[in-house]
Design a protein around this ligand. Structure first.
Ligand code: ZN
Length: 106
């Protein structure tokens, strides 16, 4: 699981607020689906885990996170970032678009 690709963390608007609107709306950077939000207490990064620094915050997760097509789209996104070839980048982005479009149709 990679932070920033279908999962991310955010600050609580108001720790005492019991209502749903304490969460802001966030959309998945991979598939554009509205993410679910829940209270979270724990590590938000590897460096945080190393430093044993836990945070009270909000965890945003894409509801499609565990789906095979979504995992494939995440791994393509990592390849897009890794390559320095503009033509390869175009091909990868096209593939990711097709995978996400087909996945959301199911
Ligand atoms: Zn998603």
């Amino acid at each position: 699981m990679r932070i920033g690709y279908g999962i991310c963390f955010g600050e609580k608007k108001n720790k005492e607020d019991k209502y749903e609107d304490k969460y802001e709306d966030r959309y998945c950077t991979i598939c554009g689906t509205k993410m679910t939000a829940s209270d979270y207490y724990g590590f938000t990064s590897w460096s945080g885990a190393m430093a044993n620094s836990k945070h009270q915050c909000v965890e945003y997760k894409c509801p499609n996170l565990k789906k095979e097509w979504h995992e494939k789209a995440v791994s393509i996104s990592l390849e897009v970032e890794a390559t320095s070839s503009p033509s390869l980048k175009k091909i990868l982005i096209g593939d990711r678009y097709d995978i996400v479009t087909n996945g959301l149709r199911k």
